[in-house]
Design a protein around this ligand. Structure first.
Ligand SMILES: [Zn+2]
Length: 332
């Protein structure tokens, strides 16, 4: 098959479009013929490598997978877990000590390929009314946004701040939060991104290059927001804490700006902030999300579709932060 593995960690040039051995389905696994694979920041982290975390090389990235298996149009829940521990048995498989993401920093090859082997229990049939181009955006950024919104009670009347309207988690939080009845404030860094954000109709848009985010939030919601969805990390934690109301909730799912945050500890405890971490979500949450997306007719915005052989350009665009919405690879 054709695939885009990397044989060593490094910059985007380590991605190689080439012939690669077809995957073989092990016990309890099935082969998916990949139609589309979504590009996520996780792919870039995986390709660069995380110090102290070793994976088997060569490795194929790609966790947002849609294709066909046994004649059915399917998508893949990308979380792998032991299936036996108390967390797996109680439907909290993303807490499993063996939890790994297919196509992420794990020994599971992902969807930058014409075929991928995945556990049968991870395969979800796509409803007829859901387009493949929508389904392929859901299993990573939309799922983690859904997980954080549900875990933090984002429903009617709640107020939310999410950074980066044009990012996967940003767009997902705006669309899902609004559909749940919440008011969502978001940030952008230039006029083009503001135009994009306006189409998603958030409650308020802040230009982070010329405005102080926490001050702007307080102008719109003087007490501060109920929930901050933070996928940025070190650069935004102090702002997140400042923008929250007393007793507000900080939901964290990423660290695109860095791992080591300086936090105003006194403000954190005097405001009695509750903090939650999220890694992906569960298979059941993904299925719940799919039903919600269909029912609310939510359409994630696609920035661009690259052919599999152009995976390098696709990742470069994301790395340069030039994308407005989701980037997809067409794999066949
Ligand atoms: Zn387990």
């Amino acid at each position: 098959m054709k695939a885009v593995p990397f044989f060593e960690h490094g910059p985007v040039d380590v991605l190689q479009y080439c012939e690669f051995p077809d995957p073989v389905a092990g016990k309890g696994q099935v082969i998916v013929d990949v139609e589309y694979c979504g590009v996520n920041h996780l792919d870039i982290w995986t390709r660069i490598g995380i110090s102290g975390k070793k994976i088997k090389l060569p490795h194929i990235c790609g966790c947002d997978i849609v294709g066909t298996a046994k004649g059915q149009r399917v998508m893949v829940y990308p979380g792998f877990s032991c299936g036996k521990c108390k967390y797996c048995q109680s439907g909290h498989e993303n807490l499993c000590s063996e939890f790994a993401i297919i196509g992420g920093m794990s020994d599971w090859n992902g969807g930058y390929a014409e075929k991928v082997a995945v556990p049968v229990r991870n395969v979800i049939t796509i409803p007829k009314t859901l387009k493949s181009e929508t389904a392929v955006t859901l299993a990573v950024s939309y799922l983690v946004a859904w997980n954080m919104l549900k875990a933090n009670g984002a429903d009617k009347g709640k107020t939310i701040l999410v950074y980066g309207a044009t990012s996967g988690v940003g767009m997902a939080t705006i669309q899902l939060g609004k559909a749940l009845g919440a008011r969502v404030i978001t940030t952008v860094s230039n006029g083009k991104k503001r135009e994009f954000a306006e189409k998603l109709c958030p409650h308020h848009i802040i230009d982070r290059t010329s405005q102080n985010i926490a001050d702007e939030v307080k102008k719109v919601i003087p007490a501060g927001v109920d929930i901050v969805i933070d996928h940025v990390g070190a650069a935004t934690w102090p702002t997140s804490i400042a923008a929250l109301r007393q007793g507000g909730r900080l939901a964290v799912c990423g660290m695109t700006s860095g791992n080591d945050a300086m936090v105003p500890v006194r403000m954190f405890y005097t405001k009695q902030i509750v903090m939650t971490g999220a890694q992906l979500g569960t298979n059941a949450q993904l299925q719940e999300l799919i039903r919600f997306i269909v029912r609310k007719k939510i359409k994630p915005v696609i920035d661009s579709i690259y052919s599999l052989k152009d995976a390098k350009q696709a990742q470069s665009k994301m790395e340069a932060n030039l994308h407005l919405g989701k980037i997809l690879l067409k794999c066949k």
